[in-house]
Write a protein that binds this ligand. Structure first.
Ligand code: ZN
Length: 149
């Protein structure tokens, strides 16, 4: 677990400093606003569909390093995926950060996202890590606003 912890720290610092897809999509056809009042994270997720596929996805907003890094990696992970695949990844991510699946033994699609298993040791951070995923889910399912509270 300590190797994963180091990777967790590095990944979060790197994505926080240089977030991917940190912009608005002017002609987005889906968007949602997500809010985590416990920490003060607030972000907006934009999705541009290409048929049933996430053609483009981006986010804007402000929040702690974990919420921002997670949003950055979320956009990388779901771009090019179908809505069903994105839903499945959201489900796996959620189960991982709440400790419902063991990433060491379970066969998942999470790949690089597995570094966020590190938040399990910091329960207050689980909502930070999952905020962008909840917001993406809201956007894909036509809800405009979510709050993790
Ligand atoms: Zn946070």
């Amino acid at each position: 677990m300590s190797e994963l912890n180091e990777l967790y720290q590095e990944t979060i610092l790197e994505h926080n400093k240089n977030p991917r897809n940190f912009r608005e999509i002017d002609d987005a056809d889906k968007k949602a606003f997500g809010n985590n009042p416990l920490c003060g994270d607030a972000l907006q997720v934009f999705v541009k569909m290409d048929g049933d596929t996430v053609g483009d996805v981006a986010f804007k907003g402000s929040g702690c390093a974990i919420s921002k890094a997670s949003a950055s990696m979320m956009t990388q992970a779901v771009k090019g995926k179908t809505r069903d695949e994105a839903d499945e990844l959201f489900d796996e991510f959620h189960k991982m950060v709440t400790g419902e699946i063991d990433i060491e033994s379970d066969d998942t699609q999470l790949g690089k996202l597995r570094v966020f298993a590190g938040v399990l040791e910091f329960p207050a951070r689980v909502k930070c890590a999952s905020l962008s995923w909840h917001t993406l889910n809201a956007a894909l399912h036509e809800k405009e606003e979510i709050s993790t509270e």
